[in-house]
Design a protein around this ligand. Structure first.
Ligand code: CA
Length: 235
């Protein structure tokens, strides 16, 4: 059974979330402070953790940071502040997703399902990219890509972006994270959000020209974008 740890000090919220998750067939375990949650997460990582930020004893950001030194299991942050999202999803902290408070329990359960699906064995980042993006072939040596046998005439930057996105399906890339990656790639240019946005648009257009029925790059409002492989693996 899929085990989900809920770390939330507001007991009424925790109770509702637990109810919904149990009704959806998940096993749940609740912690009301960061310290005891962290101990449990490290001792026995669950399938997924829902982690509030404002917590007694150890706040959620610190729990996330320390947990990440021991386990890569999916962690969804519960936050009341949209300004925090960029940092939470960033390279430094590495949350898998976030849900803004107040949230509907139904929305939360949907998010849990989506994160579990994309992090399930076989969909994990770092595995064969063709598993995640059917029909997409990347030639890392010559920076060439093709989709369903059609060469995509990409610039080096578009290729880099495609490489990173397609190997982390479902993962949300904030503009600042994309910027960091771009900087790591080539620090001689000034990388602006606008420049990244235009690479994303061009890449989306070129992919869309081959597969008009599927939008590979999903925009995440106010945050960034994510790679979205087609749902049907037999597509
Ligand atoms: Ca709280």
């Amino acid at each position: 059974m899929t085990r989900i740890v809920i770390v939330e000090d507001e007991l009424d919220i925790a109770a509702v979330v637990q109810d919904y998750l149990r009704h959806s067939g998940y096993e749940t375990e609740h912690f009301a402070d960061g310290q005891s949650a962290l101990q449990s997460i490290i001792a026995s990582p669950p399938d997924l953790t829902l982690l509030d930020i404002m917590l007694p004893r150890l706040d959620g950001i610190e729990v996330l940071r320390r947990a990440r030194e021991h386990t890569a299991h999916p962690i969804i942050m519960l936050t009341a502040r949209i300004e925090e999202v960029d940092r939470l999803l960033g390279l430094e902290l590495g949350a898998d997703d976030y849900v803004c408070k107040p949230f509907s329990p139904r929305e939360l359960v949907a998010r849990v399902r989506a994160v579990l699906r994309r992090t399930a064995p076989g969909n994990a980042p770092g595995q064969d990219p063709r598993e995640d993006a059917p029909g997409l072939v990347l030639d890392d040596v010559h920076w060439r890509a093709s989709l369903e046998g059609t060469p995509l005439n990409l610039t080096r930057r578009e290729f880099g972006l495609l490489q990173v996105l397609s190997r982390h399906p479902g993962r949300i890339f904030s503009f600042s994270r994309a910027r960091l990656l771009e900087l790591a790639y080539d620090d001689t240019v000034d990388v602006t959000e606008r420049a990244i946005d235009s690479h994303v648009k061009n890449l989306r257009r070129k992919l869309g020209a081959v597969t008009p029925s599927h939008d590979w790059i999903r925009s995440v409002y106010g945050v960034g974008f994510a790679w979205e492989a087609p749902v049907d693996p037999a597509r």
